[in-house]
Design a protein around this ligand. Structure first.
Ligand code: PLP
Length: 373
């Protein structure tokens, strides 16, 4: 979308954050998660930036993987949701994609494919077997792990050496909850009937697992949000994990004016000036991916310091309090930072009662990404 707001992506921050994941889990390989257009950062650009450091990439669905292959990204690519049809299997074979199987329907598609195809898929499909240890979204029952491993490691269309067992944590961002420990125990139990247990690689950890649960590291980690410089934990932000902002969202000031005590600001007249004060209007609203539910008081960075949001967020504008600034120091044309290098997206998300994931994805959809530097 053509707007006056703009996103800048910081390649060295992306690289730093992935190296940080490797440092925290030094014995694991890394599957950099770049689904949803790399959380709004641009998946092809991000894959290029991380190519030298990542051992592979993960996306949600086939179209995302195809986009990367068409852009000549040659690293292993995992499709976390796997195939939904025989056609998907053909595409995966053609583009050399690693699939994830999470239910019996996908196994029958694999059998149908082997009966119907004359393709020679060289070594067979590279596959993850997804086990449901408590998320109850995707995955096979844990009791079936050994049986599935048996079946798939002898399947003519599966590359047995590639098989990996995978599960996903539902509460790793809440360090005091029991769920993660239960999921880890469940996964260990499920995998112990495979002989030898070292016969197959395992992958459990998202960013919260990497940073908060050492026992979840296993052979492959799957960092997502931390790559983009955001903390997966609700009560802290990037600095505590030595992460750097990978995206800065900026927009220009388009008006500066003085209001009188009692004047109300924006839709719903929900905020009234407690005294005479100066405000500035920024050309950024929910159409730019800025969260509509950001409350009065949400920080915005302008000319070296924080200012506070006043009243409701509109489609194309917000109003901020600049009363404490010296007259003339904030002018039309100055660029405000909505989040980024100077202001953590986690803090903005907290003020909007959401998570940084959502803000990054939405801004990425809405805004043009400026030249990388
Ligand atoms: C999105 C996703 C991740 C990455 O999660 P973050 O919380 O962003 O680190 C890892 N694994 C799976 C299966 C996912 O869907």
């Amino acid at each position: 979308m053509k707007r006056s707001s703009r996103i800048t992506i910081h390649p060295e921050a992306l690289q730093h954050n992935l190296k940080r994941a490797k440092q925290v889990a030094p014995n694991s390989k890394t599957l950099a998660v770049i689904k949803a257009d790399a959380y709004g950062h641009g998946s092809v650009a991000t894959a290029g930036i991380l190519h030298q450091i990542a051992d592979g990439f993960a996306v949600s669905c086939l179209p995302e993987a195809i986009e990367l292959r068409e852009a000549k990204i040659s690293k292993p690519i995992t499709v976390l949701q796997g195939h939904q049809s025989v056609d998907d299997l053909r595409i995966a074979a053609r583009h050399n994609l690693r699939l994830t199987v999470h239910d019996d329907r996908q196994l029958s598609l694999l059998d149908q494919y082997s009966h119907n195809t004359s393709d020679n898929t060289n070594n067979g499909f590279d596959l993850n077997i997804k086990i449901d240890t408590g998320m109850h979204r995707l995955g096979f029952q844990p009791e079936r792990t050994a049986e599935l491993y048996q079946k798939l490691s002898h399947h003519p269309l599966v590359n047995a050496d590639s098989l990996m067992l995978m599960t996903h944590l539902s509460c790793a961002d809440e360090l005091d909850k029991e769920n993660t420990k239960q999921q880890l125990d469940c996964f260990t139990d499920a995998t112990k009937n495979i002989s030898p247990p070292t016969a197959i690689a395992k992958s459990i950890a998202n960013s919260a697992g990497i940073l908060g649960w050492e026992d979840s590291h296993a052979e492959w980690i799957r960092p997502g949000i931390m790559l983009y410089g955001s903390s997966p934990f609700a009560n802290n932000h990037r600095d505590e994990h030595s992460l750097k902002a990978a995206m800065t969202l900026q927009a220009p000031i388009i008006a500066v004016h003085d209001l009188k005590q009692g004047d109300s600001i924006g839709y719903g007249a929900s905020w009234q000036c407690p005294h005479d004060m100066s405000v500035a209007v920024i050309a950024c609203g929910y159409a730019d991916g800025y969260p509509r539910h950001a409350r009065t008081g949400t920080p915005v960075w302008i000319n070296g310091d924080e200012a506070q949001l006043l009243g409701r967020v509109s489609m194309d504008m917000i109003v901020i309090d600049i009363d404490k600034r010296e007259k003339g120091t904030i002018q039309v044309g100055d660029l405000a930072e909505l989040w980024g290098e100077n202001l953590s997206v986690d803090i903005v998300a907290q003020h909007a009662e959401t998570i940084a994931y959502e803000l990054l994805c939405n801004a990425g959809i809405a805004c043009e990404k400026s030249a990388y530097f």
